[in-house]
Write a protein that binds this ligand. Structure first.
Ligand code: ATP
Length: 441
């Protein structure tokens, strides 16, 4: 099977997972909208992440901080000074590139020797210019006298600047974590690969505050836990997940050690999540810039110190793309496309179909719908042949098809069709809820 990103994009549009933003106006670069199925899938993934962090771990709590924050935060974090990508333009065809994608040595003077990958002309590249990735905006009604603010490029800083308040109100002792899901914005020079790299996206970040000296051990633990999440919770094939360690030249200015969790996307292995040992870099910078003492008092060792931070930082949209790519399957024997999503993250758990639109079958099907819908998302479909109805739902990733026929009226049974195998069982209507619920664990 040739699993291409184009096929996934097309299925996402047709079935209502993801649309290009502002499509009727010709689209808006690198921003996407999530349709009826997409929003359910995205929420399901986010909910599992949230549960894994804040419900399973007694020492991790949640936070929802603002997108706009005091501009000094971005000076302290290093984003104003360091959050740049080098940009080059081809003077011939006006294509734009991130310099580091065209040459390893972006400081070299050799841009007159570089060939444009698009038009093929050599020697027309501009020298690299540094380009800050943060979106600026203006606070206050009068543009000239207003204060500049930034749309946050990561959710992490909201956690750092609130860490003492959270610790104070929860009385948590080190080690403890704070988790947050929210939008982040980066004015990416080249946004590509569908929802992999966009200018507006969602991050799921957890910052784990540890005693300096325990950071290496915590890093090992969190790497293992996070890998497990992809395989056991999201149901991604373990052959498609790997770690990549950042070498000296890749390490961000704040990191002592960094690992990416990568997924084998149709366009190659790429980062979905970063796990970083940020040391006390962020808290010490915020101490310096805010003038506030951010040290933690450790009652066990009777000392004050700035905790080290182990960060797990995942892109929700990238994670969803990994889930979609992994689930995508062309069943050539049966001429159908299937999203083999784990039932627990599938947008809809079952489709309920009366075999025909008369003889009381729709009423019976609706009565099943009423029983199931308080528990999970189900759909009712009476349009078209039963085979077409099933295939539509295979593409949507719906794991079960429930069909009501004339026998259902006599003995209160239905057929339960399994998406991946297309196997059908005859079951008692009273058992449907239990069977589906069991598969959602
Ligand atoms: P990349 O190298 O791909 O630009 P990064 O190393 O800058 O990513 P981080 O700053 O570590 O990324 O951000 C953490 C996570 O946020 C990434 O692993 C990714 O899943 C997500 N992310 C970052 N930038 C984008 C983007 N432009 N679009 C979608 N997700 C993103």
């Amino acid at each position: 099977m040739n699993k291409t990103i184009e096929k996934i994009v097309s299925l996402c549009k047709q079935r209502g997972f993801v649309y290009q933003s502002s499509e009727i106006y010709g689209g808006f670069g690198a921003v996407y909208d999530y349709g009826p199925l997409g929003v359910e899938l995205k929420n399901n993934i986010a909910n599992y992440w949230w549960k894994e962090m804040t419900q399973i771990h007694e020492n991790i709590v949640g936070l929802d901080s603002g997108i706009l924050m005091h501009p000094k935060i971005w000076e302290a974090s290093g984003h104003i000074g360091e959050f740049h990508d080098p940009l080059v333009d081809c003077k011939q065809c006006k294509s734009r590139y991130r310099a580091d994608e065209l040459s390893d040595n972006i400081n070299s003077e050799k841009w007159d020797k570089i060939k444009c990958p698009k038009c093929g002309v050599t020697g027309m590249m501009t020298s690299p210019r540094q380009f800050n990735l943060m979106f600026k905006t203006q606070v206050g009604p009068v543009e000239e006298s207003g204060e500049t603010a930034y749309l946050r490029p990561e959710t992490a800083q909201g956690i750092y600047v609130n860490y003492q308040l959270v610790q104070g109100s929860t009385r948590m002792k080190i080690p403890f974590g704070i988790a947050q899901i929210g939008k982040a914005f980066r004015n990416e020079i080249i946004a590509r690969n569908f929802i992999f790299r966009t200018r507006e996206f969602e991050q799921m970040e957890m910052q784990y505050f540890v005693k300096p000296g325990n950071d290496d051990k915590e890093m090992i633990d969190w790497k293992e836990k996070r890998k497990k999440f992809y395989i056991e919770t999201l149901g991604i094939d373990k052959k498609h997940i790997r770690f990549h360690e950042h070498g000296e030249d890749e390490l961000a200015h704040y990191a002592k050690e960094a690992w990416d969790i990568e997924y084998d996307f149709p366009f190659g292995w790429s980062e979905v999540e970063g796990i970083h040992n940020r040391t006390d870099f962020d808290l010490s910078r915020h101490e310096q810039f805010s003038g506030k003492n951010l040290k933690y008092f450790d009652q066990i060792s009777n000392e004050r110190y700035l905790p080290y931070i182990i960060e797990t930082s995942a892109g929700l949209n990238r994670m969803m793309l990994a889930v979609l790519a992994d689930a995508y399957w062309e069943d050539t024997d049966n001429n159908r496309t299937v999203l083999r999503l784990h039932p627990k993250i599938a947008p809809f758990k079952a489709v309920i179909c009366p075999l025909i639109k008369k003889d009381g079958l729709p009423d019976k099907a609706r009565s099943i719908m009423e029983v199931l819908k308080p528990h999970f998302n189900v759909l009712y479909d009476q349009q078209g042949s039963i085979g077409k109805r099933y295939y539509r739902q295979d593409e949507a990733g719906t794991p079960y098809g429930i069909t009501v026929d004339h026998q259902s009226l006599e003995d209160n049974t239905v057929t339960l069709r399994h998406r991946d195998t297309q196997k059908q069982d005859r079951i008692d209507i009273n058992n449907i809820l239990g069977i589906i619920q069991k598969s959602l664990i």
